[in-house]
Design a protein around this ligand. Sequence first.
Ligand SMILES: C[S@@+](CC[C@H](N)C(=O)[O-])C[C@H]1O[C@@H](n2cnc3c(N)ncnc32)[C@H](O)[C@@H]1O
Length: 198
Amino acid sequence: MNDKKFDKNYYYGEIYEDYDTFMDFEKLARGLIRRYSFDSFLDIGCGCGNLAKELKKQIENSNRKCLIQGVDFSEFAVKTANCSFVCESDCRQLKFDDSSFDVVYILGTFGYLPTIDDVLIAMREAYRVCKKQIVFEDVYDNPLKTSDDYDPYRVQFLNQIEWRDLWTKILRDDDSIKITKDEREEIVITKGCNTGKP
Ligand SMILES: C[S@@+](CC[C@H](N)C(=O)[O-])C[C@H]1O[C@@H](n2cnc3c(N)ncnc32)[C@H](O)[C@@H]1O
């Protein structure tokens, strides 16, 4: 189900002045390419497709092939992205087969889901379509209007440990989960890497 409030006013108006320049997408893409290894990549809640487009550009410039896909449930954002690899989809019901993407990336999307049950449904979906790694970032744990990155549509304000504990509920025993502390504070889940052997 689409949510009409993620409209022009959200991305290019009163909430974010200009979503294209709000973040350094070029640097974000460069860092992801350096830190993770993938031939297919899904950005869940990709907004207007800025990161997906930047990843595609950088990867193609290095003469490499990679399947890049972005999804968002905002009709406005998908229309603005205006490209074949960004489509409309609710993160709680993704239109992809199991294990379709090496890396599934989620930056500041699940914080907009109305309940923790919705978050867990979305986590299960991200897990289902992921083949190797989930990279998750949602660092907004301050709900106050005075906070630098105040966004009135955000609903869930969890810290890294609370997000990690939610992810842990849906993982299997042989998956690993860690919080990176270097370039960005990301929660990184690697599927099936714990063999149980010492
Ligand atoms: C703060 S923006 C983040 C956009 C992008 N990930 C970034 O960091 O630039 C949050 C995005 O989540 C999307 N979103 C919220 N709920 C969603 C849902 N249920 N399914 C898919 N996308 C959703 C919104 O439409 C919006 O584009």
